[in-house]
Design a protein around this ligand. Structure first.
Ligand code: N01
Length: 527
């Protein structure tokens, strides 16, 4: 069997993989990509549950590498829905000839390094060789399937939000249960409530949610964005959270009057979206500031939800606001005022087992026709460690990361030469803007590729010491914030048995880009 040879093999055809393949070809490299799904889209291909939409403004959460594309595309809403983002990505794939660079329905199961190149193998048994491999496998792409006793015995329909069927799903007149109240659960619950005869939401941990307030983008606002797009992209890359749209109020909340404080928070609540996490500049580092914002939301929940006991159950009490990614919703809290919607607080009334007809908690059986798992992801490491990736001397990446993932700049793992991760552990993307962060990383990766050629070297690698230094910096940066005060997919604590380590770089996208630039400008001394 002959094995095709490429300069670059890209794994994954979401935003990151698409640009990685595009840029390789632009740089005159031969490239081939593999994608497990049967189309481009990644996250936006798989997560097609009712209510799915982005929580970063789409004018920012979109490709910036081609001005003609950003000028010609018109987003219909401020925060785009999943179908609109998927059609945008299909449009981009067609426009830039990316379909021909990928094999679809091709899940990569193994990648082995030997003699300066990687052999990448799919579940279908196809192998190709690539000098460089780019893992664009997504940081939230492996669904978490909780081991609840009896789960396999449920006789009704079972869906995961992260693997929602491509065929229409009818929930009309059915008794539906949703497990999980993170972004996915909170987004889907109001939509499910519109169809179901009865909806029971099983909540283990209450979460903060802010109205998404998605509305049509006024044409004049969009024209303004387009007129200054390049400048906006620069500000986004320099910013903390990957969207420049709303600056925090400049003062500490305790330095202004209660009325003004309330006004600041009310404005941001009304504007909607994840910007609420930085209503004040030090909201993610100062516990007092954070408490002001948290208590404002507690008040909102009490105002919206009529039943005081349900309101109490919905109020988070175990983490600062924003320490888990803030959820954005379209009518989540108000849904509990509807007669046919019920909240089960699993802290008080835990699940005992799943039975053929429903979920049995300590207080009894909730009969269900449909069970929806919105139980999150094995984030950052899940997609990577599920492949059999072997670097120098046959070492397995899963073993190298057994005590938690270590990387240099979130991109390179010691002992795995010529292999690059996108939006992986140690990068800022998951806390800012995954699209722009991936673009930035990909530009850096191809600078490394060019430098390797200039050096006439076979491979680039990093020492364990340098990767540990970066990983320690990621840890110290997080420890200086309130992010570490929550159990979440940021730390891996949402997955049973997973080693806990705060994985994203919390210093902001601007600082992260500075680190990438410094390494590149110095001629990649660490590699
Ligand atoms: O996942 P999550 P997600 N029994 O991990 C619960 C992005 N995203 O898919 O907190 C009962 O946040 C778990 O409970 P607990 C966004 O970055 C973005 O919702 O572990 N419950 C939790 O409530 C987001 O942060 C968008 O106690 C169980 C829920 O399942 C990230 O993806 C939309 C359980 C999981 O919440 C992940 O969000 C969607 C069990 N055994 C996602 N196991 C937007 O752009 C887990 N849970 C808006």
């Amino acid at each position: 069997m002959t094995v095709d040879d490429y300069d670059v093999v890209v794994i994954g055809a979401g935003f990151a993989g698409m640009y990685a393949a595009y840029k390789a070809r632009q740089d005159g490299l031969t490239v081939h990509g593999f994608e497990a799904g049967n189309d481009v889209g990644g996250t936006w291909y798989w997560n097609r549950y009712p209510g799915a939409r982005c929580d970063v403004e789409s004018v920012d959460y979109s490709f910036s590498f081609d001005d003609a594309l950003q000028q010609e595309w018109t987003w219909s809403e401020r925060f785009a829905t999943q179908p609109e983002i998927l059609s945008y990505l299909r449009h981009a794939a067609g426009r830039f000839g990316l379909y021909e660079l990928f094999s679809f329905d091709s899940r990569v199961t193994a990648a082995r390094y030997a003699d300066g190149a990687w052999t990448v193998t799919t579940a279908g048994g196809r192998s190709v060789r690539g000098r460089f491999v780019v893992l664009a496998t997504g940081s939230l792409s492996v669904p978490n399937r909780p081991a609840i006793p009896g789960a396999d015995e449920f006789a009704g329909e079972v869906y995961f939000t992260a693997e929602w069927p491509h065929e229409p799903v009818s929930l009309d007149g059915k008794r539906v249960g949703v497990i999980g109240t993170g972004s996915s659960g909170i987004q889907t619950v109001p939509e499910v409530a519109k169809r179901a005869a009865a909806l029971t939401v099983f909540q283990r941990t209450a979460n903060y949610s802010i109205p998404a307030v998605s509305e049509p983008l006024p044409p004049e606002e969009f024209a303004e964005v387009k007129a200054h797009y390049a400048e906006r992209r620069v500000r986004t890359r320099r910013g903390l959270y990957g969207s420049p749209a709303r600056d925090p109020h400049p003062l500490h909340p305790l330095a202004i009057s209660p009325e003004e404080r309330n006004q600041v928070l009310e404005q941001r609540w009304t504007y909607g979206g994840v910007f609420f996490a930085r209503s004040f500049p030090d909201q993610m580092v100062d516990a007092d500031t954070n408490r002001v914002a948290s208590e404002f939301v507690h008040g909102k929940i009490r105002q919206i939800v009529r039943d005081p006991r349900t309101a109490d159950d919905l109020i988070p009490d175990d983490h600062p606001i924003g320490a888990k990614r803030i959820c954005t919703d379209s009518g989540y809290y108000a849904v509990f005022n509807q007669e046919h919607v019920r909240l089960v607080n699993l802290r008080r009334d835990p699940i005992e087992r799943i039975e053929p007809t429903g979920i049995r908690t300590a207080t009894g059986l909730t009969e269900l026709d449909v069970l929806i798992y919105a139980t999150g992801f094995d984030a950052f490491t899940g997609a990577v460690t599920r492949m059999d990736i072997r670097g120098l001397d046959g070492a397995a990446l899963a073993d190298t990361w057994a005590d938690g993932p270590i990387t240099f700049l979130g991109l390179v793992v010691p002992g795995f030469p010529n292999l690059f991760l996108l939006n992986g552990p140690g990068s800022s993307g998951p806390l800012s803007n995954m699209v722009l962060c991936a673009e930035q990383q990909i530009d850096w990766v191809y600078q490394v590729v060019a430098a390797t050629r200039e050096r006439a070297a076979t491979a680039v690698d990093v020492t364990v010491n340098d990767a540990e230094k970066w990983t320690d910096l990621v840890d110290e940066t997080a420890q200086a914030t309130l992010f570490t005060r929550a159990k979440s997919w940021y730390t891996g604590s949402n997955i049973e048995g997973k080693k806990e380590r705060f994985m994203p770089y919390a210093g902001g996208m601007g600082a992260y880009v500075d680190h990438l630039t410094a390494e590149a400008d110095a001629g990649f001394p660490t590699l």
